[in-house]
Design a protein around this ligand. Structure first.
Ligand code: T3D
Length: 267
């Protein structure tokens, strides 16, 4: 896979995707957003990719919207607000939807700072692992006079509860990776020199696992905070109805009985 603003590399069943505008802290130009959209669509078509690792080149993960992108200025007769709403609906939101619904589990290696929509992007992963020197900051309202976007309110409120979500969105406080892991905003924090190794280790493990069950975990977790218990119990039962008939389940049970590691299907 080749994209102007992304560096993609295959490691067996794992695709590593690195945002590749390091001089601008990988900020989101329209070109980078389009590449993220096209890359997600390419991943959807390629069943041989069984896990995805998203990270940033250089010292930052992603500094949010590119505030110097010439295409970020309105055309004659168009207001800035109209342009921004259009860009959100046609680019940012499309990327947020595609990257939270990839047909393979995703690991984000938060290698450095993630600001604004860059912090939203960092939270699209199934598992986000942060380098100790990395941080997240929801700068939208306090620094720019904007509302949080690209799913920031959704991810924040679900992961850390409304009290902290409001505080971080109102203050734009820099949240070090260690604190982010402690409060459950990201999954874990490791020393800088370990972050890529750990992300690869996680991605390899996911790639070797039962894909359909992992996608069911993602879907059930995403719905858990807005379902009643009765609804969630039914969603779980419906998932088991599907997964209980899968070759992966047969293999999991056989492996347990035969006291050997399971070999899940490469479908
Ligand atoms: O329609 C729409 O676009 C709406 C969508 C909005 C969504 C949003 O994401 S709004 C939020 C936009 N992002 C920001 O406001 C963050 C701006 N950046 C910063 O606050 C800081 O750069 C950081 C806290 C992220 C990191 O600080 P630091 O000191 O580590 O780095 P730096 O020196 O500020 O930045 C390094 C370079 O990256 C620098 O370039 P230079 O001067 O060396 O040539 C800087 O200008 C550039 N850079 C950083 N952020 C952006 C950027 N260039 C373009 N856009 C950026 N967002």
């Amino acid at each position: 896979m080749k994209f102007e603003n992304l560096a993609c590399e295959r490691f067996d069943d794992v695709l590593k995707v690195a945002l590749n505008r390091p001089a601008k802290l990988n900020s989101l130009s329209l070109g980078l957003l389009n590449d993220l959209r096209d890359c997600a669509e390419a991943i959807q078509r390629d069943r041989s990719i069984r896990a995805v690792l998203l990270t940033g080149e250089g010292r930052g993960f992603c500094a949010g919207a590119d505030l110097t992108d010439p295409s970020a200025f309105p055309a004659p007769g168009q207001s800035m607000g109209q342009l921004m709403a259009h860009r959100l609906r046609t680019a940012y939101n499309v990327v947020a939807q595609l990257w939270t619904q990839l047909p393979a589990p995703t690991v984000v290696a938060l290698n450095g700072v993630a600001a604004g929509a860059g912090a939203s992007l960092a939270l699209t992963g199934d598992i986000t692992v942060g380098a100790r020197s990395a941080s997240l900051t929801f700068v939208f309202a306090p620094k720019l006079g904007l509302a949080p976007d690209m799913g920031a309110t959704y991810f924040l409120a679900r992961r850390i509860g409304e009290a902290r979500a409001r505080a971080f969105a109102l203050t734009g406080a820099l949240i070090p990776a260690e604190e982010a892991a402690r409060i459950g905003l990201i999954a874990e924090c490791v020393d800088d020199e370990r972050v890529m190794e750990r992300a690869h280790e996680l991605a390899r493990g996911l790639a070797a696992g039962p894909r359909d069950a992992f996608l069911a975990v993602r879907e059930l977790m995403a719905r858990a905070c807005s379902s009643t218990l009765a609804e969630q119990l039914e969603l779980e039962a419906a998932a088991q109805a599907r997964l209980g008939d899968s070759p992966d389940f047969l293999e999991g049970v056989a492996a347990f009985r035969e006291k050997r590691p399971a070999q899940f299907g490469k479908r």
